[in-house]
Each structure stands twice: as structure tokens, then as C-alpha cells.
Design a protein around this ligand. Sequence first.
Ligand SMILES: [Zn+2]
Length: 64
Amino acid sequence: MSEKYKIVACPTCEKPVEWRPENKFRPFCSERCKLIDLGEWAAEKFKVPAEDGLSEDEFGDGNH
Ligand SMILES: [Zn+2]
């Protein structure tokens, strides 16, 4: 109950993200959003469709 993390908005999709040490994508909500932001220069050539809620959760839990 004592685990309180600061909530930040993902710079890419503005989804609320817990700023926790094990979130290596912070301040992004997922690897995808991080890559999108880092690859913003490329996004002008390759438009990345921002569909929230479909594959994003798979990215978040996929590190077994
Ligand atoms: Zn995001």
C-alpha cells in the first residue's frame, strides 16, 4: 500500500505513467512510445499510426 509513484504524462501519447525505477521506458508509457519519440525525425518520412490500447499492453508485459 505504500508504493506511491509520481504520475507523469507520456510525452508521446499523454497516457499517465507511473515513474517507477523498473519502468525503463519512463517517462514514456511503453517502448513503442519511446521509439516513436526518439524516431521523430523519421516519423516525417514514415508516418506511425498512433493506435492506443491495441498492442501497447503487449509491449508492457512482454518481458518475461
Ligand atoms: Zn505513451
